[in-house]
Design a protein around this ligand. Sequence first.
Ligand SMILES: *Cc1c(COP(=O)(O)O)cnc(C)c1O
Length: 430
Amino acid sequence: MMHKEISARYFEEAKKVIPGGVNSPVRACQSVGCDPIFVEQGSGCYIEDVDGNSYIDYVCSWGPMITGHCHPEINAAVAAALESGTSFGIPTWHEVELAQLICECVPSVDMVRLVNSGTEATMSAIRLARGYTGRDKIIKFDGCYHGHADSFLVKAGSGVATLGIPGSPGVPEEIVANTISVPFNDIDALRDVVQRDGENIAAVIMEPVPANMGVVLPVEGYLEAVRELTASHDIVLIFDEVITGFRLGLGGAQEFFGITPDLTTMGKIIGGGLPVGAYGGKREIMEQIAPAGPVYQAGTLSGNPLATAAGIAALEILSRPGTYESLEQKGNALASGYIELAKKYGIECQVQNIGSMLTAFFGQKGDVKNFASALTSNTDQYGRFFRGMLENGVYVAPSQFEAAMVSIAHSWDDIDETLEVAESVFKSLA
Ligand SMILES: *Cc1c(COP(=O)(O)O)cnc(C)c1O
């Protein structure tokens, strides 16, 4: 058994001053039946906890650390920015550079506004869509997560799903009444709502590849059909690419699938490990944002010098030839390794991956295509899987309804070692 005494003591102290001892719910590891570890430091794809245990990290800060921890170029960029001052509330050139990079890389983005988190990006995009269309309602999909703003806490994924919370107290009925949630991968369900209520619907917001109910792939033709349907009713289509942006490629899921949304939200990777979010899209819509237009949105720390320096460095690293091919090969190797092990030890487990993100859904025989089917997974078995991996030095997502993330710092040796650990864990589950 690994020593966890210091983590345990820290958690006790944390619970006295921070609700649940954590600053974001899934970190508490409740659904996988153990207490959290506290991290001391990270380097490349490894993290070390305060008790001196080392792990291969597949959470990667939930996506941002696609370059690995303490990447020397990102650290150097942040250190250089630090010398010039950490915040001004006055424009700096780095903000423009990061915006230029995003506009160059993401096909549908003509203009972009930087914010400080994914939640800020999605809630601002919804306000913009409402302001632009003059309509109030939005459609989202069961099990998709778009941050913790009121409008999105209806059948939401991620921590909301992990903790089994249907919605959230504190979200007024009037607000939720404007959010319609439909099953993912079911174009008829969406068409029904749009045909009935289309002229009141400002936006359809979706993770083009949902990763917050575990990784779920859009079925053939589905994204195309959503695009067509929204376009024909003048509904703003928002791709929430907070995870998929710069993960499935420099152009995100929209480039991967060749679909052009009207607005795109981003976060996670574009901050290189510092807090950044962004929303962007068609010039005509983006020019509605203040001070260019009347839709208000602001932020004291938005475009922060350290965060933009880190983001620019991260995107430059990712722009190098071969990055995404290598990430995809490793993601595929991990997925096929899990599939083989599940077969070998007779564990019912459906592994779904795209590029460098994957989920092993325990207790599933076939494709997991939507939230309802994801929820039938064997979460107890996932908990045993998580604890087994942890005990043997591999940190995977502490929830069935999340994705494992591979970074460019994971070497083939790390993948091999992960699969060796996974073999002992699958064996113990059998
Ligand atoms: C993480 C996430 C968000 C929220 O981002 P925060 O930075 O946690 O506020 C929104 N949408 C998706 C798809 C996410 O994965």
